[in-house]
Design a protein around this ligand. Structure first.
Ligand code: DP6
Length: 320
């Protein structure tokens, strides 16, 4: 009746932005991500309590705002007639600041909920359930490089490359730790409804996915770098052209971007990606990691640097 799971956040190189079905939380596009190993969220779920309602503690503090989404996630996994649960989540990185904390939280919650209820679900089913809670969470069921395909009325996940098969590094430059003003769910809907670039974004995604998939297969860093930066900037252009405009960047985000350009000119194998927040994630080879860390930590406005390799799939760690 009690289970704990751990999951790592993932960042998309080819991004998910926009929903095909809001109620089922189906993405409008496929995506390709990497799971990160130094960051994690641990979720414990206890179904054996005599609670009068669900209760959620996030990093030790009761969180009524996040509770409805977490309760809905548990009900999708276990069913509506489940007992009330005590849910505890702990992350070792800033949450709701564009570091994919919802991906690791919902991936871990899905695995823990299934185990606490003694359900034997395969990885594909767990990924679909996690994806209904948060689109990107489906990808944290996989380690290394993973692809999410939006196929008909569901999603399909494929492992593209093991975390050890192409051990890239990611240097995260944190430029702001406070939670973002607009959630990705909200921002995606504003983009879908108002951005003149939205339809072009959807149309071109298949080609970006194919280019990235091939680059990963061939361990072709330069091609992966070019397509990932292009896809990231395209997603942010969709947002910037929305009404109201959605701009997650701050001046330090822009300065980090220039730092990455300078590193590239100096011959470093590095590229940037930015999600729904002001942090820069610089993906690089192990050989160039220290140069990237040093340059980003010296960039004005960077508050913190975190460096990580590629991580593993979400795991069950305890069941009693
Ligand atoms: C920019 O998975 O957080 O990080 O499904 O509404 O919970 P919901 O959205 P979420 O969106 C992630 C958006 C992104 C790109 C990506 O991770 O692919």
């Amino acid at each position: 009746m009690q289970a704990t799971a751990i999951a790592q956040p993932n960042i998309a190189l080819i991004k998910y932005w926009g929903k095909r079905d809001l109620a089922l939380n189906l993405p409008a596009v496929g995506s390709i991500s990497i799971t990160l190993d130094a960051l994690h969220t641990e979720v414990s779920i206890d179904l054996g309590t005599n609670l009068a309602s669900d209760c959620l503690l996030v990093n030790g503090v009761e969180d009524a705002d996040r509770l409805p989404r977490m309760s809905a996630c548990l009900s999708r996994v276990i069913g509506d007639r489940r007992p009330f649960a005590r849910i505890e989540t702990r992350s070792n990185f800033p949450i709701a600041a564009g570091l994919a904390s919802s991906a690791s939280a919902f991936a871990a919650a899905t695995v823990a909920a299934a185990a606490a209820a003694d359900l034997d679900l395969d990885k594909a089913s767990l990924a679909c359930l996690a994806g209904q809670a948060s689109g990107s969470a489906a990808r944290s069921l996989f380690g290394g490089f993973a692809e999410l395909e939006n196929s008909g009325d569901t999603i399909t996940l494929t492992a593209l490359c093991d975390e050890n098969a192409w051990p890239l590094k990611v240097v995260v430059a944190i430029t702001e730790t406070s939670p973002k003003a607009t959630s990705s769910t909200e921002a995606m809907e504003i983009s879908r409804q108002t951005s003149p670039f939205y339809s072009a974004w959807i149309q071109r995604q298949a080609s970006d996915l194919a280019t990235a998939r091939r680059a990963i297969e061939q361990r072709d860093f330069a091609t992966l770098a070019a397509i990932s930066e292009h896809n990231c900037l395209k997603m942010h252009s969709v947002m910037w052209a929305s009404r109201p405009p959605i701009v997650f960047w701050n001046s330090a985000t822009m300065r980090c971007l220039q730092t990455v350009r300078k590193l590239q000119q100096d011959g470093c194998q590095v590229f940037f990606t930015i999600d729904a927040g002001p942090q820069i994630k610089a993906v690089c080879t192990a050989e160039d990691m220290s140069a990237v860390q040093e340059a980003l930590s010296q960039t004005p406005g960077v508050q913190q640097i975190m460096t990580t390799g590629l991580g593993r799939a979400a795991q069950l760690v305890k069941k009693t």
